[in-house]
Design a protein around this ligand. Structure first.
Ligand SMILES: Cc1cc2nc3c(=O)[nH]c(=O)nc-3n(C[C@H](O)[C@H](O)[C@H](O)COP(=O)(O)O)c2cc1C
Length: 172
């Protein structure tokens, strides 16, 4: 087999898409999908995030071009979703989600980020906003891991993020 590996294979790229979920057993499907994704993505040095609002997926994957393309090709063929609308693959200098081989942003969290993914317009600007808010949610989630030094009150941190964050996500 000819070696296709050249410097382009290692360029960092990102690709995002939105699709409609077709899950037969929602949580079972999601758990197994994430398990596989984390392992496969780790093996290919791919990172990213998966938003799911109960109806739509919005996923970003990023990593070396070759591995990211290979994984995206798999995702495109998966029968657990349909009507995939993707952004173009873009080269990036650095990752948005360097710490997560794949993390699910749950429907509650997703509805705080974007109220209705069905009407999500596909402008890059809006995608960037959604991604930035996803990073915030994940960081807040990491903060809920109580350190041994934190012996104070035990209210859920969730309350901190629910507040007035129902702002529309700007004009697409
Ligand atoms: C919404 C969605 C997101 C997915 N994300 C990933 C992913 O990030 N990485 C991955 O390896 N597979 C992901 N998959 C699973 C792939 O489509 C595929 O099932 C998996 O790579 C195993 O493929 P194989 O059994 O043909 O080798 C995703 C599937 C769906 C439906």
């Amino acid at each position: 087999m000819p070696s296709e590996i050249n410097s382009d294979s290692f360029k960092l790229v990102t690709i995002s898409y939105r699709s409609e979920a077709q899950l037969s057993d929602r949580w079972h499907d999601l758990v197994s999908l994430l398990e596989v994704s984390k392992l496969r993505n780790a093996a290919s040095d791919v990172t990213g995030v998966l938003l799911f609002d109960g109806t739509y997926f919005l996923q970003t994957i990023e990593g070396p071009s070759q591995g990211t393309k290979r994984i995206f090709a798999k995702i495109l063929q998966d029968h657990r979703h349909k009507n995939i609308k993707s952004f173009e693959m873009q080269e990036i200098e650095e990752r948005d989600f360097p710490d997560w081989h794949m993390e699910l942003i749950t429907s509650d969290e997703t509805s705080r980020i974007v109220a209705d993914m069905g009407s999500l317009e596909f402008s890059y600007r809006r995608l960037r906003e959604v991604q930035a808010m996803s990073v915030d949610v994940m960081r807040q989630r990491e903060n809920t891991i109580v350190s041994p030094h934190f012996s104070g009150r035990s209210e859920p941190f969730e309350d901190d993020v629910s507040g007035d964050s129902n702002e529309p996500i700007g004009n697409a």
